[in-house]
Structure formats: structure tokens, C-alpha cells
Design a protein around this ligand. Structure first.
Ligand SMILES: NC(=O)c1ccc[n+]([C@@H]2O[C@H](COP(=O)([O-])OP(=O)(O)OC[C@H]3O[C@@H](n4cnc5c(N)ncnc54)[C@H](O)[C@@H]3O)[C@@H](O)[C@H]2O)c1
Length: 440
């Protein structure tokens, strides 16, 4: 009988294995490009037919991901994209990059992953590798995916291979991409690990761990580490403001210590599809073990309170001008959750706009990366980005800096604005503004 592991490893090594990527979003699209650049034929799968059409027409739907490599791959016949999941049978390696959000009750919402697993199970053929890349709690690959994939009578590690490899994509990061960020891999069996490790070694350095569960926890550890450290500096920021100390000066000075300290920076709250969400996957799972993840909850509490702090500082600043929040014109700068990306998921800017509106302010926003606000699960503002001109800046009673996009000229913003609330230290070094700038 043919040894499926040896056959698949051979196909990966000589690049005749086809790589299928399910979910062509912020993670899946760059990953598809990296596999293409590494010599693989890539097949993208997504439920969203608009994305598929755009890709095939050579249009990117993610601003910071250039489309040229995809266009080149399509022309060379090395890339195809489809919403037809019957074609999963054509690929040898299936990588899953679908969303893993939280429900309104802050519990894991595995709907997308469950649907994808069932689709794969329907089309699974012997000799395929399936790797979950979406962030999730330890045990998902083994407890949720494996039983469904085995349902067809296939044996894992012999007939097909199953692994978990967390995605470490950092959108907009110009230094680290999929090609120079090591990839942690955990397999369901030793054979699964070997096949998955061979695949990832083709695009970067694979770091094997002993199980899929361990690999799942690696990702959550990384993001919990960020969440807890951001909460720490957010809390210290509030104290430093009371003490009249510049927290950014303190952090930057502490960062000169060459060992034992990693700088994290405060802000208006956490955003993005990862850090505000992933730790809660673990705390949910921990309950099964009668275990309370106290750091995760405390960090969540502090980070969620930061938009309230921004509002408090804005009310105070307006008071200083003998103005009330009600009726004030407020211009919010930046709705993307971080600089130079077009991703507004979980952005603290939304919570801030909501509170401003509830308090009767007249709110507008500007974001060069996000021309309009579409309805989200939680919010429905439907605003258009206001052009940033000396007039719109001068017209606002307060300008709140939420995201420090590189495109912003902060000196010019401070020059024309009447009052600036700075949540990012974006106005650092701007002199002669008097009391116009309030750090929040
Ligand atoms: N965005 C990041 O910076 C980042 C970084 C590391 C890890 N992650 C993790 O990667 C995963 C994906 O995140 P993302 O930011 O790329 O999400 P995304 O929303 O940008 O992309 C997900 C894509 O999956 C598609 N999709 C949803 N259900 C599908 C299904 N059943 N079949 C096929 N396609 C489907 C969606 O249409 C979308 O295009 C999440 O688990 C996330 O936590 C994200």
C-alpha cells in the first residue's frame, strides 16, 4: 500500500502539492501570496463571492496587501480562487483561516470553523493535509475537528493528516511577514506533524511542538501576554496623568534596559480581531477545568475601561473651556484599530463615538484608510469620513486622536484645532500649543 505520508512529503518538497486556503481575509490572503511566492500552486476558497471576483479581476480588497503578486500568479496559472468547495478535492494541503470571533456573551463563536470543518469532511480524500490556522482554545483541533473528519472512516496520521499552526500575521508590519516569522506547528500524530512541518519549512522556519493543543495554547499565550501588558501600561497611564508624569517618557526610558523589559504602549483601548478576543477563548475553556484565568479578566476589565477614560478626559477638557459635551462638535481622527491598516474590527473608536453620541455631541470622523463606517455586529453609525482641512479642524470644539496614521500631519492638526485629545502620544514634540493638547 502506498505510504501517504511519504507521497505527500515528496509532493510538498518538489512543489507539486497544491495548497488550498480557506478564508481569504487579512490572514488567508497574505498566506496565499507567500505560498505562491514559494513555488506552490495555490487555490483560494472563500464564501464571499465579491472577494473572489475582485481577486480574479486583480483588485485587492485589503489596502495594505498589494495585489500584483496575485495577478502574476494568476497569469502564470499558479493561482485560482473560488466559492465552489467541491474543488477542495483538487488540493493536497488545506489551510483554514476563517474568523473565530466571540459571541455577545464573550464566548467562542466557532460557527465559521464548524461550517468549514463540515465542508472539508464532505470533500476529504485520502492523502490530504488539513491545518487549522485560526486562533482558538486548546483542544479545538482534537475535540471539534478530528471527530468530524474521521467520520468518513479515515484514520488520522495514516489516511489524512491534521495539524494546528497558529497564524502570526501582523497586518501592516513592514519588518516581519510570513517569510521571516517562524511558524509553530503541532500535529495530531507524529506523521501529521512531519507533513505539516515540511510544508511550513517551505515558507519559513517551522517550530514543532508536541501536540496540536500545545500549538493552540502558544497563540493564546502570545496574545494574552500582549493584552496583560497593554492593560498594565493603560492602568499606569491613568495614574501617571494624576501624578503629572509623562508615561511615554517613562516607558521609553525603561525600554533602554537591555534585558528583562519589553515596552508596551497605552492607548484608547484594545482593537483588532485578536488581542481583545483571543484570551477569552482560553478563559472560556478554563472553566471546564474549574479554573479562573484572573489575569485575563483583569486585563480585559482595564482595557475595556479605556474608552471611558478618553470620554472623561474629553468632558474635563470641554469643561475647562466652559463648554458641555452636549452639542459640542467632535472630530474623531482614526477609526482603524491601529495605524496604517484598513481594519476597524473591535476598534475602541467605535465605543468612543457611541459614548459621544449618547452624551449629545455632534460627531464626525476622519480616517484615510476607512472612507465610511459600515454597520458592525455592535454598531451602526453609517458615517462618511470627513475631509481633513484647516476648516473642518477649526470647526470642531475638540479633535480626538484615536489612531496615529502616518498620513496625519499632527503639527498641522494641532495648529488648526481648538482642542486636541491625544490618546497615542501623536503630538509628542509639538511645541507652542499651550494648553490645547490633553493627553488621554
Ligand atoms: N487579522 C489578524 O491580524 C490575525 C492575526 C493572527 C491570527 N488571526 C486569526 O486568523 C483567523 C482569520 O482572521 P482574519 O483577520 O483573516 O479574518 P477575516 O474576516 O479578515 O477573513 C476571514 C475570511 O474567511 C471567510 N469565511 C468565513 N467563513 C467561511 C467559510 N465557512 N468558508 C470559507 N470562507 C469563509 C470570510 O469571508 C473572510 O474572507 C482568525 O481566527 C483570527 O483570530 C488574525
Amino acid at each position: 500500500m502506498v505510504d501517504r505520508k511519504i507521497k505527500l512529503i515528496g509532493m510538498i518538497e518538489d512543489r507539486t502539492a497544491k495548497v488550498g486556503i480557506i478564508g481569504l481575509g487579512y490572514v488567508g490572503l497574505p498566506l496565499a501570496i507567500h505560498f505562491g511566492k514559494s513555488g506552490f500552486n495555490v487555490f483560494g476558497f472563500d464564501l464571499d463571492s465579491v472577494k473572489i471576483e475582485k481577486l480574479l479581476k486583480g483588485e485587492s480588497y485589503i489596502k495594505h496587501v498589494p495585489i500584483e503578486p496575485v495577478t502574476r500568479m494568476i497569469r502564470a496559472g499558479h493561482f485560482d480562487a473560488t466559492s465552489n468547495f467541491d474543488r477542495l478535492r483538487e488540493v493536497d494541503c488545506i489551510l483554514i483561516c476563517v474568523p473565530t470571533p466571540l459571541t455577545d456573551k464573550m464566548e467562542p463563536d466557532l460557527t465559521y470553523l464548524l461550517e468549514t470543518t463540515e465542508t472539508i469532511a464532505t470533500h476529504l480524500r485520502a492523502g490530504q493535509l488539513v491545518v487549522l490556522e485560526s486562533t482558538t482554545y486548546p483542544g479545538t483541533t482534537e475535540e471539534m475537528m478530528l471527530p468530524r473528519l474521521k467520520d468518513r472512516g479515515f484514520e488520522v496520521g495514516r489516511d489524512f493528516f491534521l495539524a494546528y499552526s497558529p497564524e502570526r500575521e501582523d497586518p501592516g508590519n513592514k519588518t516581519f511577514s510570513a517569510s521571516n516569522t517562524p511558524k509553530v506547528v503541532g500535529g495530531m500524530t507524529a506523521n501529521c506533524l512531519e507533513v505539516a512541518q515540511t510544508l511550513y519549512n517551505c515558507i519559513t522556519r517551522a517550530v514543532p511542538v508536541s501536540s496540536a493543543k500545545a500549538a493552540e495554547l502558544v497563540k493564546i499565550l502570545e496574545n494574552t501576554f500582549r493584552s496583560v501588558n497593554i492593560a498594565l501600561v493603560n492602568e499606569l497611564k491613568v495614574l501617571a496623568h494624576k501624578m503629572g508624569i509623562d508615561i511615554f517618557e517613562v516607558i521609553n526610558a525603561a525600554a533602554t534596559k537591555p534585558f528583562g523589559y519589553t515596552p508596551f504602549y497605552p492607548g484608547p483601548g484594545l482593537g483588532g480581531h485578536c488581542i481583545p478576543i483571543d484570551p477569552f477563548y482560553l478563559s472560556w475553556k478554563a472553566r471546564e477545568y474549574d479554573f479562573s484565568t484572573r489575569f485575563i479578566h483583569l486585563a480585559g476589565e482595564i482595557n475595556v475601561s479605556m474608552p471611558y477614560y478618553v470620554i472623561e478626559k474629553t468632558v474635563e477638557a470641554l469643561n475647562g473651556e466652559s463648554k458641555s459635551m452636549k452639542g459640542s462638535r467632535i472630530l474623531v481622527l482614526g477609526i482603524a484599530y491601529k495605524k496604517d491598516v484598513d481594519d476597524d474590527r473591535e476598534s475602541p473608536g467605535y465605543a468612543i463615538i457611541k459614548m459621544l453620541l449618547e452624551k449629545g455631541a455632534q460627531v464626525s470622523y476622519n480616517d484615510p484608510w476607512i472612507p465610511q463606517l459600515r454597520p458592525t455586529r455592535k454598531y451602526d453609525f453609517r458615517m462618511q469620513s470627513t475631509p481633513l482641512t484647516p476648516e473642518t479642524l477649526a470647526d470642531a470644539d475638540v479633535v480626538i486622536i484615536i489612531t496615529d496614521h502616518s498620513a496625519y500631519d499632527f503639527a498641522d492638526i494641532v495648529k488648526h484645532a481648538r482642542l486636541v485629545i491625544d490618546t497615542r502620544n501623536a503630538t509628542k514634540g509639538i511645541t507652542g500649543a499651550g494648553n490645547k493638547i490633553v493627553m488621554a
